[in-house]
Design a protein around this ligand. Structure first.
Ligand SMILES: [Zn+2]
Length: 235
């Protein structure tokens, strides 16, 4: 990982930490430089508690910065789109392409946009709109938009060059094909996730959930704790 650059594109403040914080911390410990790009302001993540949405957005930004510090992320950027209303339109794609061309990541992490819903042990889940839209916009930004000279020629005028990302890691809950042994980075992940205080009612319950989730993924690969991804190596 020495000299590698990582960009994590997430829908909300907290998604990057829930999805890939242990792997990113591991890669940083091996010499990579990591950046977070958060698409929405998270202003609706109040779980029914009465809180002013502008105030919540400010709190969530602070929590994300604190979590990123725990992970060892060099810089966190916020696009500040409205929570719950993210669209994978050309505007969002252009914003992501610009960060890709500026930061020149070797590896981009984002959400698996193909996951729309799931039923696990009788419990149904819907994957949030902002996760799916951030995921699809990021995939489109990686290929072909960031790579092609003809996409967003105004970037070229600003001195940015086209950039080819080598690897995509899609955070996958259903069918990961690549497991990262994060046994030694579980504590960092848990500490980072718990920085998102406004999103967590019971820290012990969240830590137990992380243990069981990462333990379950680890079991599939012979590790104590793992994070799971669909990993695409682009040639
Ligand atoms: Zn989220």
């Amino acid at each position: 990982m020495k000299g590698k650059i990582i960009l994590v594109v997430a829908g909300h403040p907290d998604d990057a930490d829930f999805g890939s914080a242990a792997t990113v911390a591991k890669y940083v410990s091996e010499g990579a430089t990591a950046y977070y790009l958060i698409c929405t302001n998270g202003a609706r993540g109040s779980r029914g508690h009465k809180i002013d949405s502008q105030r919540l957005a400010r709190i969530r930004k602070k929590e994300q910065l604190a979590a990123a510090k725990v992970v060892g992320v060099k810089e966190t950027f916020f696009l500040d789109h409205a929570d719950g209303e993210l669209e994978a339109d050309l505007h969002l794609k252009e914003e992501i392409v610009k960060f890709i061309r500026k930061l020149k990541p070797d590896i981009v992490f984002t959400h698996d946009p193909t996951w729309v819903y799931d039923i696990r042990e009788g419990i149904a889940f819907i994957n949030h709109n902002d996760h799916r839209k951030a995921g699809i916009a990021t995939i489109d930004a990686v290929y072909p938009l960031a790579r092609d000279l003809a996409s967003f020629p105004e970037h070229i005028e600003e001195g940015l060059e086209p950039h080819k990302v080598i690897e995509l890691y899609l955070v996958s809950f259903n069918n990961p094909n690549f497991f990262v042994d994060v046994t030694n980075f579980f504590n960092i992940k848990s500490k980072a996730v718990l920085k998102h205080k406004s999103q967590i009612d019971d820290p012990k319950q969240t830590k137990d959930w992380l243990k069981s989730r990462l333990g379950e993924l680890g079991k599939q690969a012979g590790y104590k704790y793992a994070e799971g991804f669909i990993r695409l190596v682009l040639r």
